[in-house]
Design a protein around this ligand. Sequence first.
Ligand code: SF4
Ligand code: SF4
Length: 288
Amino acid sequence: MTVLQEAIRKRAAELLEAGEVVRVIAWGSGRFANQTSPLFVSAAADAEKIVFNDYCVNTLAKYALNEKVDGKIAVCVRGCDARAINRMIADNQMTRDEVYLLGVPCSGMKDRATDEVLPKCLTCTHRNPVVYDELLGEAVAEPAEEEVSGLRYSGIEAVEAMDREQRLEYFNEVFNSCIRCYACREVCPVCTCRECFVDQLRAGWQGKQNNLNENRFYNLIRVFHIGDRCIECGECARVCPMGLPLMELNRKWIKDLDELFAAGEEGLTDELDNTLGRYKTDDIEEFM
Ligand code: SF4
Ligand code: SF4
């Protein structure tokens, strides 16, 4: 990690010094040794504050959107960050020339509470950035092709084995514990509406009560909104303070889209191809 950290610091300083970018988004130290947080560097001298270690858990891409400035931004991108950038470009949230991508190969990050590899990293299918302007360090081994579906759909077998009533009961229990803090929305690189439906007071889609009906409504609409754009970064589940298994729902949805419409993985390119936005005459429409 140290070699990569040095490489990131060096390139960040050079890019800022040369005026090629006005800001670099990377990771910096947190309060504890095993904690980091996103870091925004605007002066070459501050590049030495950048860290890269086993605890760089935040996917950075969304910050490139939230922290937009006049001028080009350099962003450190691993597989998840790069796919998020691609998807945000496809969604017209930014253009490719607004960002300079410092590619960083990644072998998985650790949860600081358990010191175990994060669930989202255990099931990662793209450890190397899928797009970059320069790659820092050596690419790491990717999962074999035959492993990919298993990784993408891991953890949903139990849900699929349930009958309709059991599923309802299971998800009611899950949604009951949601406190609607909207952290899952805030961190998601594909939740990019300027005004989320839950905040539209005049339309009144979402009630303010914290009860099962409202929680279920929020969570189901969330998964429908991101369904054919989710880049499977797992950030929503990582940040949920109540530990809701959000990736179970995302993955079931993604698997169905794959099986029914050959949706494939999102964010591998910045081409726009929304599975739910295209129509083919041989689409499966059993209910029609
Ligand atoms: S992060 Fe968790 S608790 Fe917060 S709104 Fe999302 S699902 Fe609910
Ligand atoms: S829904 Fe979750 S896994 Fe999908 S892109 Fe958003 S944060 Fe990542």
